[in-house]
Structures are given as C-alpha cells and as structure tokens.
Design a protein around this ligand. Structure first.
Ligand code: ADP
Ligand code: DP6
Ligand code: CO
Length: 332
C-alpha cells in the first residue's frame, strides 16, 4: 500500500496586538482579532507518516517519545484531519523544535502549524492557506497566523468556518524591522497560555477593559503598517502587551508571567528610548522580552543590550516566511 509522508517547516510568530481569551474553548474561537509578525529565527520541523502497520499514534518531540498526555493531545488534533480525509490510520509524528518548548517563545504557534501542514499533506489533503489556517487554529490559536510570512491578522470570526488568519498588505515594511529576543528563562512556564487566558477570561475584573480597546489598537497597527510608521507601530505593540499582562493581575487567583529579569529588560528599553534609540518591547505568556527595532538600529540596540545581558541570551530575528510543506511517497 502506498502512503505519503508529510513534512512541514513552520516559523513562530509574535503578536504585536495580542490574542488573549477564547469565546469557544473547543473550536478555539478568540475573543478578539490579533496581529502578528512571523519570524525567521525560531521554527518547528515536523514529519508525519500514517500507516496501517501502526496500532497507535506515536509522538516524538526532539527525538524523545512523549508520554500519554502529550500524545493524546496530538491524537485529538490528528482526529480532525483523519475525519476530513476519511482515514482511520494511526500516525507517527516526529517533530523538532528549533525554539524552546512552552517558554513563552511561541512554540505552540510553529509546532501546531507544522503539525497541521505535515499531517494534512500526509493524508493527501492539499489545503488552501485559509483552510490550513483554520485547521492550525484548532491546535493552537496562535498557530493559525504561522501559515503566513510577515504580518498576519487572525480575524476572529464567529464560527469554525469564519475564524482564520490572513496576510496583511505591507509593502515589505516587515523587511525594515528586527526583533531582538531577550531570553531570561527558557524553561517551561508554570501557567500555560491556554490555562492563563481561560482563568483571565473567567475571573479577571480587567478583562472587559482589555477587550474594549483592542479594536482601536488594531486600527492603529494597520495604519502604522500602511504608513510604515515605526514609532506608531511600536507604541501600540507595547501598549497591547502591557494591557494583556495587566489582566492577569486581576485574575483569581492572580498571576503574572513577569519576572524581575523581565522588568529589568523592559526598563532598559524605556531608558534607551529616552536616550533617543527608538525601540519597543512586547511579552507573551512567559518571562521573555522581545524588542521591536528598526533594522537600521539593530546593531546599536544589540550593543546596548550586551552591556546588560550575555550574548547567548540575545537572539536577533527578522521577518520570516510562511509555512513550507513537502510530501514524499513511501511504502506503508
Ligand atoms: P508557547 O509559549 O511555547 O507557545 P504554550 O503554553 O502556548 O507555550 O504551548 C506549549 C505547548 O504547545 C506544549 O506543551 C505542546 O503541547 C505544544 N507544542 C509545542 N511544540 C510542539 C510541537 N513541535 N509539536 C506539537 N505540539 C507542540
Ligand atoms: C500571549 O495560541 O499559545 O502568546 O490557543 O490555547 O493554544 P492556545 O494559546 P496560544 O496563545 C498565545 C497567547 C499569546 C498572544 C498571542 O500569541 O497572540
Ligand atoms: Co503558545
């Protein structure tokens, strides 16, 4: 019997306007639109083979066979694809993260986009970008944006059919930007993005305040991209992150993803900005800080950061490409 092996490489993306909260947990429909930049420095490579020889799904991450809990999560996602392709075959998933896993560096975005791409290709589905984005969304919300290179917007929609990401017309503004990652901790976080946002939606008194200002922040980001206005894009990026992180402090029980080191990095960004170096920070569900800077100022910023952080804590990224999928015919 002939089967296909699917392979995909997907790059991580960092949201400038954050996704924070679900309207539907099961379908992963978000409460608000989000806007991101796909990056070239971090990515996931995933291969998927389906075969009648397999009697269960197997999931290897970074060459380690994963336990039942992690594998069940993958199986539930593969079920969506099996249903679409009308297949009952089990799969072997072999994934490698070129990004720390579950550290707030968006491994779920590259990881689930790569899995969606590789598994759908392996079962012979050749999905259009929009369909692939919808599918990736079911694995991890942020993954729907990693289908595209450069800037993307996840349009929240109100159903499985209408919630997916689209590329943003940018006149290559993304090529004028750099993002420097200040990695203060690459270990797995205590509160996953999924649990953190759910707790916030359900209990935070600040959540309504967050939601209320997203449309205007999104509009500002769009205008800034159209006008290639770095300062405007930076300001709204930093504001969106601060508001998102503000909501967690009012959750019950309260929590924060910030550490003392995160604060140190954020304060340094403010200080450098006061000294005339135009740069802005953002943070996700984890303590690591990402700094948006114009490419022309990248070296100057890196020089300043090196006075405070070691070289191996600083990773420079530029705009990255969309997902790359390949298939190979194999005996199965
Ligand atoms: P992050 O900040 O890294 O996105 P999340 O809490 O959003 O952290 O998601 C981490 C989870 O994403 C992991 O526990 C795992 O379930 C999933 N994940 C990460 N990388 C992969 C991968 N390569 N393949 C499949 N699932 C992955
Ligand atoms: C703070 O996409 O990781 O990084 O949909 O539950 O898998 P799930 O969560 P995930 O959440 C990302 C949250 C964020 C902001 C963002 O990427 O937009
Ligand atoms: Co994630």
């Amino acid at each position: 019997m002939h089967m296909y092996k699917g392979h995909a490489r997907a790059y991580t993306n960092i949201a400038l306007i954050k996704y924070w909260g679900k309207a539907d947990q099961q379908l992963i429909l978000p409460m608000n639109n989000s806007l991101s930049l796909t990056l070239d420095a971090f990515y996931t490579e995933t291969s998927v083979t389906f075969s009648s020889e397999f009697s269960e799904d197997q999931f290897y991450l970074d060459h380690q066979l994963q336990d039942k809990k992690a594998t069940d999560k993958i199986s539930r996602f593969l079920d969506l694809i099996r249903e679409k392709a009308q297949s009952q075959l089990f799969a072997k998933v072999d994934s490698q993260n070129f990004v720390p896993t579950a550290a707030g560096l968006a491994s779920s975005a590259s990881g689930l986009a790569a899995l969606a791409g590789a598994a759908s290709a392996a079962l012979g589905l050749s999905l259009e970008e929009k369909e692939l984005s919808r599918l990736a969304r079911r694995g991890s919300g942020s993954a729907c944006r990693s289908v595209y290179g450069g800037f993307a917007e996840w349009q929240k929609g109100d159903s499985d059919e209408t919630s997916y990401a689209v590329p943003i017309v940018s006149n290559s503004f993304e090529d004028e930007l750099s993002m420097i990652f200040v990695v203060v901790n690459d270990q797995q976080k205590d509160v996953s993005s999924r649990d953190g946002m759910q707790r916030t939606v359900e209990t935070s008194a600040f959540y309504d305040g967050w939601l209320a200002t997203v449309p205007q922040d999104l509009a500002k980001a769009h205008t800034a991209i159209t006008d290639k206005d770095f300062q405007a894009l930076g300001e709204v990026t930093e504001a969106s992150a601060l508001k998102m992180h503000g909501t967690t402090l009012a959750a019950a029980p309260p929590f924060t993803y910030w550490s003392a080191e995160s604060m140190r990095a954020m304060n340094l960004v403010r200080q450098l900005r006061n000294q005339g170096l135009s740069c802005y920070f953002t943070m996700d569900a984890g303590p690591n800080v990402k700094i948006l800077v114009q490419r022309k100022d990248e070296a100057a910023l890196l020089g300043k950061l090196q006075e405070h952080f070691s070289a191996d804590q600083l990773i420079t990224a530029h705009a990255g490409p969309g997902i790359k999928i390949t298939t190979k015919e194999v005996e199965a």
